[in-house]
Design a protein. Structure first.
Length: 107
């Protein structure tokens, strides 16, 4: 499922890079790495019974472009997979990103 979510983004970023605009791919890659690390840290904190990273902070990084990393980390770590309200917000962020790209590409 994560791969199907990422394919359109990969196609968009490759197309943009081929047309001299590599920055979106760099932004998504950097933010995705940060989001994946954030998810990993939150999972470790949960396992240790420590203070957790807020869902607002996790979603903030996803909104800044880290949602691909968050989706991959969520699947790999089995983190936040049963919290339907968290997943619903994540999918809303993904929809916002794709709607923005569709609007931009349609101009």
């Amino acid at each position: 499922m994560a791969l199907l979510t990422l394919l359109p983004l990969l196609a968009i970023t490759l197309w943009l890079a081929a047309h001299g605009q590599p920055w979106p791919g760099a932004v998504y890659l950097t933010a995705s790495l940060a989001a994946a690390v954030q998810q990993w840290r939150d999972k470790r904190r949960a396992e240790r019974g420590q203070w957790r990273i807020s869902e607002m902070a996790l979603h903030g990084m996803e909104l800044l472009g880290g949602w691909p990393g968050a989706v991959c980390a969520q699947q790999a770590l089995h983190h936040k997979t049963r919290k339907w309200h968290y997943r619903l917000q994540l999918w809303a962020i993904i929809a916002i990103h794709y709607a923005a790209w569709a609007s931009w590409l349609a101009r």
